[in-house]
Design a protein around this ligand. Structure first.
Ligand code: AMP
Ligand code: FE
Ligand code: FE
Ligand code: ZN
Length: 283
């Protein structure tokens, strides 16, 4: 077995497979190591750890922290962080809470505009304990027949530029980098350039994050075209950042397939070496 995929989601956030099922899928895909990185939560870690031990898949426990600055959404992967670090736990707790009222407001705006949807239908799509997100609105729209899949829901109504979009509280990315480091983990900026250049944090913010202790850039990701990848490699070289590659798997919720982008073993070894060891890589 080979292949290291450091970015996956389960039903602990907006993936469609349980944490154990993500590990089973990784095993089937022939992966050696995966990271479970649900949005703003460590909720899936224990189930994934048990499954990883059963299936002989290596597990990096992590999370994808939603951050924002000036209304721009930035995703930060925190690998091997202590989820009980008070500062980090508080921030992701606030973010999860803020997501609840935000989802309700989005649904209210949509319903007021005649889109057939109730908040109860959305809540029915949120697995117990999961971090709520727009994909659960999409799932409710699929369930009631308004759209065929999540992507159609995002294209029609749920995108960042949609009139129904509502922001939620999220920490500043520089603060989040510091918290990940304080919590003994390694911070990697997820899909830093979004779809094409200009969609993500922007180079000056990445430089600020690097100065605050950012460990790496997720250069190899399906949302990055060749130009974005080249730019990511140059920035990583210049700022002395690690380069990772990952699928950002969401089960049936997105087209992203496990192992479609992978991370070099030396890079994982470096992530492991830089982490405090409080949350080890499970093998
Ligand atoms: P939220 O965290 O609630 O703002 O929702 C953002 C999440 O929506 C991201 O983490 C993606 O997983 C998901 N997402 C964004 N665009 C799409 C799309 N076109 N199809 C499926 N999922 C999407
Ligand atoms: Fe997601
Ligand atoms: Fe993301
Ligand atoms: Zn993700």
């Amino acid at each position: 077995m080979s292949g290291i995929d450091l970015h996956t989601h389960s039903t602990a956030s907006d993936g469609t497979e349980s944490p154990a099922a993500v590990v089973t899928s990784a095993r089937r895909a022939g992966l050696e190591v995966i990271a479970l990185t649900d949005h703003d939560t460590a909720h899936g870690w224990d189930e994934a750890a048990a499954a990883a031990a059963r299936h002989g898949v290596g597990l990096v426990r992590g999370m994808e922290i939603s951050c924002s600055r000036y209304g721009r959404s930035i995703h930060l992967l925190g690998y091997l962080v202590d989820p009980d670090h008070p500062g980090l736990a508080t921030e992701i707790g606030y973010a999860r809470e803020a997501r609840v009222s935000r989802l309700r407001r989005m649904v209210e705006k949509m319903a007021a505009d005649g889109i057939p949807l109730t908040y109860e239908e959305v809540v029915a799509q949120v697995p117990p304990g999961a971090t709520e997100g727009r994909p659960h609105i999409a799932d409710a729209l699929v369930a009631n027949g308004a759209v065929a899949n999540r992507d159609e829901a995002f294209v029609r109504w749920l995108g960042n530029d949609s009139p129904y979009y509502v922001r939620h509280y999220a920490p500043d990315p520089v603060d989040a980098v510091r918290l990940v480091v304080e919590a003994g983990g390694v911070a990697v900026h997820a899909h830093p350039f979004g779809r094409g250049r200009g969609a993500g944090a922007g180079d000056p913010l990445i430089e600020e994050m690097a100065a605050a202790g950012l460990g790496g850039l997720e250069v190899y990701h399906r949302d990055h075209d060749e130009t974005a990848r080249q730019h990511g490699l140059e920035m990583a070289e210049r700022l002395d950042l690690l380069v990772t590659g990952s699928s950002d798997y969401h089960g049936a919720g997105k087209e992203n397939r496990l192992g479609e982008n992978t991370t070099a073993p030396e890079v994982l070894a470096e992530i492991e070496a830089r982490a405090s060891g409080v949350v080890p890589v499970l093998r």
